[in-house]
Design a protein around this ligand. Structure first.
Ligand code: SUG
Length: 416
C-alpha cells in the first residue's frame, strides 16, 4: 500500500466575494467591500494545484458548496429586512479554505488503523457555520471506503472547532505513527478564539488517538489579538519539522520540550520576533505555507507571493536557505484573491495521509482533469462581483449554474 500525503484543495466557488465577515481576520476586514474576481480566484487555486502536482506530489480537490445557501435563508425567514451580512453569509464561498473542513488523523495514529476525519463545525462565524453538513456529505463520498476511512459528524456546537487549521501532526515519516498537536484558544480577548479546548479533546477521542502521542496546546492570546485567528497563521508542521513563530504558543518552552520528549527526531525551526514580528508574520502569511516533503526527500515551503515580496520576511527566508536547516526550498505561489480574505496556501488545502488508490478517484486531480476544470471556470465563473450584487437573483442563477457545470465535469452531480 502506497501511503502518502495527499493535499485536497478547495476549488474557489463562483460566489467568491469580500464581505468582511470574519472578525479577527485582518485581511477579511481590510478588504471588505472590494470587488472580487471569482474566475481569477479559482484559476489561481488551480494554478497552485498544478504547481504542486508538477513537484511530483499527490493532489486532490474538494468542490464548492451550494451557494447561495437557500435552506439557511429560509431558516432565518430572510425577506430583505435582515442584516445584509446574513445575505452575504449565505453567499460566502468560504468552503474554499479546506484546512477548516475537517481534522484528519492518519491510520498510523488511530487505534483501529483507519484514517479518521471529523468535519469542523466552524460555529464561531455565521457564514462558516453553514459549511459542515455539506462538507461531511462530500467527505463521506470522497472517503467512502470503510476499510480505510471513518468520517465523523462535527462535535456539538457548544464547542467551536476549526478543523485542521488548529491541528498539526509530526512524525518521523508520513506513514509512521505520529504526534498530533491540537492548538486551542481561550476567549476574552478583542477577537474571538475560534478553537475550543473541549472540541480538540473530543476530536482526539473520536479518532481514538493514543494519549501518549497527543498534545493539547494553548495558543498565545497575543497572537490571536495580533490577527492569528487560526494557529496555521503562525505555525506549520511536516513530518519531523515544526516551523513556527516565537510567539505562537502561550508556553513555547514547555510545549517544545513536550514535543521533543514525544518525538526525539523533532526539529523545531523558530522564527524570532525580532527578525519577523507577529504583525509581519500575519501580514505576509509566511507561516500559512505548505511545508511539503518533495520526492527528493528535501522539504519545500510553498509560500504566498505576499511573503516573498515582504522585505523582512524575504530577508529571513534567504538566511534560512543559506543555513543548513531542514527546509531546502522556498516556492512562492500566487493566490492573491484568496489571500485578500485571509486564506493563504495552507488554508486552501486539507492534508490526508492515505493510499490514493483508497480515495474515490473522482476527487483526485491530474493534468487532464485540471484542464477540464479550468475550462468550466473560464466559461461559467463570474469575472467580478461587486458588493452590491450579493443577493441579486440573476447573479444567483449564474452561480448555481456554474457549480452545476463543475459537478457535471467531474462526474459528481450527486452532490448537487
Ligand atoms: O475563516 N475568511 C476565512 C479564512 C480562512 C483561512 N483558513 C485558515 N487559516 N486555515 C475565515 O476567516 C472571509 C470571508 C469574508 O469576509 O467575506 C473568511 O471567511
Amino acid at each position: 500500500m502506497a501511503v502518502r500525503e495527499i493535499n485536497f484543495d478547495g476549488i474557489v466557488g463562483p460566489s467568491h466575494n469580500y464581505a468582511g465577515l470574519s472578525l479577527g481576520n485582518l485581511a477579511s476586514a481590510s478588504n471588505a467591500g472590494e470587488v472580487s474576481y471569482p474566475r481569477a480566484a479559482a484559476l489561481q487555486g488551480l494554478g497552485k494545484m498544478r504547481h504542486n502536482m508538477a513537484l511530483g506530489l499527490a493532489q486532490g480537490f474538494l468542490l464548492p458548496l451550494p451557494r447561495p445557501n437557500d435552506p439557511f435563508l429560509a431558516a432565518i425567514a430572510a425577506d430583505g429586512s435582515e442584516d445584509r451580512r446574513l445575505m452575504a453569509a449565505a453567499w460566502s464561498a468560504s468552503s474554499m479554505w479546506t484546512a477548516n473542513a475537517a481534522t484528519v488523523s492518519p491510520a498510523a495514529d488511530t487505534a483501529d488503523r483507519r484514517c479518521h476525519l471529523t468535519a469542523a463545525n466552524l460555529v464561531t462565524m455565521p457564514h462558516r457555520s453553514q459549511e459542515w453538513g455539506d462538507t461531511a456529505r462530500q467527505l463521506r463520498t470522497a472517503f467512502a471506503d470503510p476499510a480505510h476511512f471513518a468520517v465523523h459528524d462535527a462535535v456539538p456546537p457548544c464547542f467551536g472547532d476549526e478543523g485542521a487549521a488548529n491541528h498539526m501532526r509530526m512524525a518521523a515519516a508520513h506513514d509512521a505513527p505520529g504526534l498530533e498537536l491540537f492548538v486551542y484558544g481561550k476567549g476574552g480577548g478583542a477577537y474571538p478564539a475560534r478553537q475550543h479546548e473541549q472540541a480538540s479533546r473530543a476530536v482526539a477521542r473520536l479518532h481514538r488517538l493514543d494519549p501518549a502521542r497527543t498534545l493539547f496546546i494553548e495558543q498565545n492570546p497575543e497572537a490571536i489579538a495580533a490577527g492569528a485567528f487560526h494557529n496555521d497563521v503562525v505555525a506549520v508542521a511536516n513530518e519531523r519539522v515544526l516551523f513556527i513563530h516565537e510567539q505562537a504558543f502561550a508556553d513555547p518552552a514547555a510545549t517544545y520540550s513536550a514535543i521533543r520528549a514525544a518525538l526525539p527526531e523533532a526539529e523545531i525551526v523558530v522564527v524570532p520576533a525580532d527578525a519577523v514580528s507577529l504583525s509581519d508574520a500575519i501580514r505576509s502569511y509566511l507561516f500559512n505555507a505548505q511545508l511539503l516533503t518533495l520526492p527528493s526527500g528535501e522539504m519545500g515551503l510553498v509560500i504566498p507571493l505576499e511573503a516573498w515580496e515582504h522585505p523582512r520576511v524575504h530577508g529571513w527566508l534567504d538566511a534560512m536557505l543559506a543555513s543548513n536547516g531542514p527546509i531546502r526550498r522556498v516556492l512562492p505561489v500566487d493566490v492573491r484573491q484568496s489571500m485578500a480574505n485571509g486564506g493563504g496556501p495552507a488554508c486552501l488545502r486539507l492534508r490526508v495521509v492515505a493510499d490514493p488508490a483508497t480515495v474515490d478517484p473522482r476527487f483526485m486531480l491530474d493534468d487532464a482533469k485540471a484542464s477540464r476544470i479550468e475550462q468550466v471556470i473560464a466559461a461559467h465563473w463570474p469575472e467580478a462581483i461587486a458588493p452590491g450584487q450579493i443577493g441579486d437573483p440573476a447573479l444567483a442563477g449564474i452561480v448555481v449554474a456554474a457549480r452545476a457545470a463543475l459537478l457535471d465535469a467531474v462526474d459528481l452531480a450527486e452532490l448537487a
